[in-house]
Design a protein around this ligand. Sequence first.
Ligand code: PMP
Length: 355
Amino acid sequence: MSKFWSPIVSRLTPYTPGEQPKLSKLVKLNTNENPYGPSPLALEAMRAELGDNLRLYPNPDAEPLKLALAEQNAAHGITPAHVFVGNGSDEVLAHAFQALLQHEQAILFPDISYSFYPTYCGLYQVAYRTVPLAEDFSLRVDDYLDTAAGGVIFPNPNAPTGCLLPLDEVERLVAGQPDCVVIVDEAYVDFGGDSAIPLVARYPNLLVVQTLSKSRSLAGLRVGFAIGHPDLITALERVKNSFNSYPLDRMAIVGATAAIKDQAHFDKTRQAVIASRERLVGGLAALGFDVLPSAANFVFARHPRHDGAKLAARLRADGIIVRHFGSARIAQFLRITVGTDEACQALLDALQAHL
Ligand code: PMP
């Protein structure tokens, strides 16, 4: 801490990202990346952009990408005016915390959920109240109703549990809090959930946030987006335009646009992840793990007789990295990204040797 730091920065607890080691010999199952790689059409589009074009500033509205996302969701009444894009969904969420949450009342999010939310609250001075998940780690919508809130945010599927809130329950929450914005963070929705995007036309207080980092396997490109009523999007654009007039660089615009249009690659790779997830769940169950029902590209599992931190450390010594969270209620768990079948088998073999 320094006397030159602002009071906000002095009090801030930054988010700690998962380890990003050199990949050479490690089996990396810790940050929910997709092992199958981006669309070849996206790579081709980026190669074509890599040249003299980089001399020029990008389109300040990332228009081709907004158009592609609107087209994809046209059946739900989505137009480019309903779309906001940013440098990863983390940035989209940061702008949403600044633009759309009220300060008179605390905002609500689950305990347990994405640990970036309290950091954004610290950064933007938003008061929050966490709402415990049920015993089985499900989100109880009733706990979010009949209470004044400055906003609500939750991941669906939840992170790091992987548990899904069914769409009718999402709708009950959005409808039950009409006076504040409800942000549904759908980073993992393509691996088994129903998106809330079809509800956007009916609920002006709903903002759905998605990313190309997971199901499109483009974590390195940093592209995320939000879909909501144009009034919400205008507020996000105001924050963005006061921060950086160019939300995405030229490579990101062409790569993300091509990736969104490549439905065949998307379907193939997400089905492969879902199939590997089911095999991984079966393998973990056979080793005696309790595995929470996952609709994501990771699983959350605990062994009744083995400490989570110790197992994670032993796997690390074997060159296999998974995520372990220190918080008491989930300290027994490992969060394991669904890798290739080969990577998952390496993990299962290593676990078997340690049990
Ligand atoms: N939301 C949730 C729930 C996440 O787990 C992540 C990934 N860490 C993100 C948002 C952010 O993803 P990105 O910034 O790569 O889009």
